[in-house]
Every structure is written in structure tokens, then in C-alpha cells.
Design a protein around this ligand. Structure first.
Ligand code: DAH
Length: 343
């Protein structure tokens, strides 16, 4: 009986899964099991009544011991499987099947560029503010030197709300809000979603993303503007970029510029992306108009500033060489999956 007990314990130790343990149970305790048949196979006629009783008791003890051990081991194995989520020993499981591919989310290219720009500006001491998508006419237009009868309002077809407010047509709406709130000196960027009542085509959406920048301090000049723009572009595109300024008109800057960057695809020799011209119009900017500073209660005898408003969509298209704006909102996973899951 001791031998059987030893053998049983060693078999039990080798069995891991609930299924293997069940096999051990049947081998020892099943109808034809080693322990069960002990009584049957013993010739009791050779034993005295005392010996019979003692033998019977020992067999019963062994049986109870084995039963307890097996069920304890089965419970433990089940708990292990549940805890690890493992399906070990589950009948019908085919271990040779290929596993399930876990898809990892990825960051949208516009969000990627925005995050990167926020980092760059943060390192240059700029605050990151977001403002409001539903905006007052005052901040979106009037305070930016665009009065009601100004033709520049036509440049931005506006979604008007029934309560007289509007969906901001540009992130410039944050400029005077920030000046009112923080005063000068001020360094801030305002990334955000903007809306215009536009017909949608290959290069126009009615909802788009901008990142506005504003720096107000003593003696701010075009030189500061150029330095910051060059720093940001070389950080975003990971190389030195060549830029040029052309005059541009926006009522809230004077002088106003269109900042062009030498085409990053062809290096300026002319290609499809730059439409043969060698330059790409990237960032409208300028020195903040004194009237805007006054709307923000800034003392214009002491302070001046620059502002810029870059299109995040266009920036992302340039950075990642994305050929069609409609891919951005296509919902096509194959497109999104080409971008990293983290910055
Ligand atoms: N808000 C202008 C637009 O959406 C872009 C812009 C131009 C912003 C010049 C600026 C700027 O800050 O200085 O068309």
C-alpha cells in the first residue's frame, strides 16, 4: 500500500492540467483503479478478522487521502488557468492555429504634428492654450481689426449660430482673448479646430486644424518672427529649411507676410508638389497690428509682437508627403496604420 501511495503521489506531481489530473484520478480511484481494486484483489481468507479490519481501514484511509489530494490539485490547476487567462487543457483547443493579431492604435498625422509643434514651442517658452470652437463675433472678427463691413470677412465664409455666435473661422480668435487675460509680455500658441462654410474638394474641408502663435514683448521685430519660424520648421522637418517672405494681407497684422518654404520634396528645382515653382506657401504671419494690441489693452508704446497661423493639415501633408487631403478623414485604417502609435 505504501508503494501505491508513493506511485500515486509521483503521478499526481507530474500531472499539470485538469485533464491530466482527471486521468490520474481515474487510474487510481476509478472503477478499475489501482486503489479501488485493492479490496477486490485481496484474498481475505488468509487473514484474521482483526487483520481484515485493519487492512480495510488502511485501504479506506488511502482512498480518502487520494481523493482529497486529487480534488485539491484539480482545483489549484483550474485556479491557475483562470488566473493566467490560459486555456491550458481546454478540450478542443488547437494550439497550432495562428494567434490573433492585436491591433495597436495609432496617432492621426494631424495630431502627431500638433504634438510635435507643442513640444517645440513649449521648449521656447510658449504657453499652449486652446480657446473656444464656439466663439463671439467680437474675438473672431472685430477685435482682429475686421469690422462688420470689412471685405476681409468674405475671405472666411462663416457658420453663424442662431444665438448670434459663430464657429471660429480661425484660431486667431484666441489672440485678443489671451492678451486680455495674460497681458504682455506673452508667448502662446493656440492649436485647434476651425470651421468654414466651404464646398469640399481635394484640398478643402469645412473643418480643419490650425495652430496660431503669438509673441508680444519689447522690441519684437520681423527678425524675431523669422528666427522662430526657422527654428520651428527645422525641428519639424528635421533639416535646415530655406524660407522666404512675401507680402500678404491680413487685417490683424502689419506688415503681413506669406512665409514660403523651399520645396522639401524637390529642393527647389520644381516638382508636382510645389507645382513646378520650387516654393510652398506654408505660414501666413506678420507683426501684430497695433489696433489688435489695443483691443487687448496692451501699451503699444512699449510692446510689439508677431503672430502666425499655420495649417496643421498642410503641415502634416508636407511632413509625411500625403498626396490627398481627403485621406485625412477617410477613416481608412490602412492609411492611419502607417503612422506611429507614440511620439
Ligand atoms: N487667421 C488667418 C487665416 O486663417 C491666418 C493668419 C494669417 C494668422 C496671418 C495669423 C497671421 O496669425 O499673422 O486665414
Amino acid at each position: 500500500m505504501d508503494e501505491i501511495r508513493q506511485q500515486f503521489l509521483s503521478d499526481l506531481g507530474k500531472a499539470n492540467t485538469p485533464k491530466e489530473l482527471e486521468e490520474v484520478r481515474v487510474r487510481y480511484l476509478g472503477r478499475k483503479g489501482t486503489i479501488t481494486t485493492l479490496l477486490k484483489n485481496t484474498d481475505f481468507s488468509q487473514l484474521t478478522p482483526d487483520q481484515r479490519r485493519e487492512f480495510g481501514q488502511k485501504v479506506n484511509d488511502l482512498k480518502r487521502f487520494a481523493e482529497a489530494e486529487v480534488s485539491r490539485a484539480i482545483e489549484a490547476a483550474k485556479a491557475r488557468a483562470a488566473a493566467s487567462g490560459a486555456t491550458a487543457g481546454v478540450a478542443g483547443l488547437d494550439w497550432s492555429l495562428p494567434g490573433t493579431d492585436h491591433r495597436v492604435g495609432c496617432i492621426h498625422p494631424i495630431a502627431l504634428v500638433q504634438m510635435e509643434l507643442e513640444d517645440v514651442f513649449h521648449s521656447m517658452g510658449f504657453m499652449v492654450l486652446t480657446g473656444y470652437e464656439v466663439e463671439l463675433e467680437y474675438y473672431n472678427f472685430d477685435a482682429l481689426n475686421i469690422p462688420a463691413d470689412h471685405p476681409a470677412r468674405d475671405m472666411q465664409d462663416t457658420y453663424w449660430l442662431t444665438n448670434g455666435m459663430l464657429l471660429r473661422t480661425h484660431t486667431s480668435a484666441n489672440q485678443v482673448r489671451a492678451l486680455e487675460r495674460f497681458g504682455a509680455p506673452l508667448r502662446a500658441i493656440f492649436p485647434g479646430r476651425c470651421f468654414r462654410y466651404e464646398a469640399i474638394d481635394a484640398s478643402h474641408e469645412n473643418t480643419f486644424y490650425q495652430l496660431e502663435g503669438l509673441m508680444v514683448d519689447r522690441d519684437i521685430s520681423v527678425a524675431n518672427l523669422i528666427a522662430v519660424m526657422k527654428a520651428l520648421l527645422s525641428r519639424i522637418f528635421h533639416r535646415e529649411v530655406t524660407i522666404r517672405l512675401r507680402p500678404g494681407f491680413f487685417p490683424f497684422v502689419e506688415p503681413g507676410f506669406e512665409l514660403d518654404v523651399q520645396c522639401l520634396i524637390c529642393g527647389g528645382s520644381g516638382c508636382g508638389t510645389c507645382k513646378g515653382g520650387g516654393w510652398i506657401e506654408l505660414i501666413p504671419c506678420g507683426l501684430v497690428h497695433p489696433r489688435v494690441l489695443e483691443f487687448g489693452h496692451i501699451d503699444t508704446s512699449k510692446y510689439s509682437g508677431f503672430a502666425f497661423g499655420l495649417g496643421l493639415t498642410r503641415m502634416a501633408m508636407m511632413k509625411y508627403a500625403i498626396p490627398d487631403i481627403r485621406l485625412m478623414n477617410s477613416g481608412d485604417i490602412r492609411f492611419y496604420e502607417q503612422f506611429p502609435a507614440a511620439v
